[in-house]
Design a protein around this ligand. Structure first.
Ligand code: COA
Length: 180
């Protein structure tokens, strides 16, 4: 039977348990994330609703969440408020099927539409899939933080990638709040 199509839609707090379930194996069994304890649904919902509210999207097949992508504030100090970080996580069975690209196309369109100007991504190295996805949608590598994370008994490098969402406006309007 052919696969059902992937649908991309805004996430809401009802998706938080499913999003937590997608993320948990990466926390437990990889260094893709430097968290050590998988957040539960309540914590994911809190992250989704954090201020400034930024886009969270889920990818679904047959109504089941198979992956997600989201934006978060880059840094809290005022002058950074036009910069976001982005990331995506998919179930292992969903890799390399175009879903990451679909999520990112919609996520980047959403943050650009809100008035954000730069998107950044920190990637624990090596991660060919994540580097490939980011470069496929236009991110360029900035540099590498050497041995900046310790997990599972080892020190890990994190590479940083950036995408300009807009030219550098001389008088940037305040970014808007995401409302799904
Ligand atoms: C990273 C991730 C989100 C990518 O999503 P994906 O759906 O697998 O990627 P796509 O199929 O949309 O691929 C988009 C492009 O990325 C690149 N790419 C994807 N997987 C790749 C791989 N394993 N090796 C090299 N390039 C890859 C390709 O350029 C690809 O375009 P193409 O298929 O036309 O060649 C997914 O692999 C994932 O969830 N990985 C585990 C979690 C993770 O590492 N998240 C990122 C944290 S920084």
């Amino acid at each position: 039977m052919p696969d059902s199509p992937v649908d991309i839609r805004p996430a809401d707090s009802d998706d938080a348990d499913a999003v937590a379930a997608v993320y948990a194996p990466y926390v437990e069994r990889s260094v893709v994330s430097f968290e050590e304890v998988p957040p539960d649904g309540a914590e994911m919902a809190r992250r989704m609703l954090a201020q400034p509210r930024l886009p969270w999207l889920v990818a679904t097949r047959d109504g089941e969440v198979v992956g997600y992508a989201y934006a978060s504030q880059h840094r809290a100090r005022r002058g950074y408020r036009w910069s976001v970080e982005v990331s995506a996580y998919l179930n292992a069975s969903e890799h390399r099927r175009g879903t990451g690209r679909r999520l990112y196309d919609d996520l980047l369109t959403a943050v650009r539409g809100l008035g954000y100007v730069r998107a950044l991504a920190g990637i624990t190295l090596p991660n060919a899939a994540s580097v490939g996805l980011h470069e496929a949608v236009g991110f360029a590598q900035l540099g590498v933080f050497r041995g900046v994370g310790f997990k599972h008994g080892d020190w890990h490098d994190v590479g940083w990638w950036q995408l300009s969402l807009a030219a550098s406006p001389p008088d940037p309007p305040e970014p808007s709040t995401w409302s799904p």
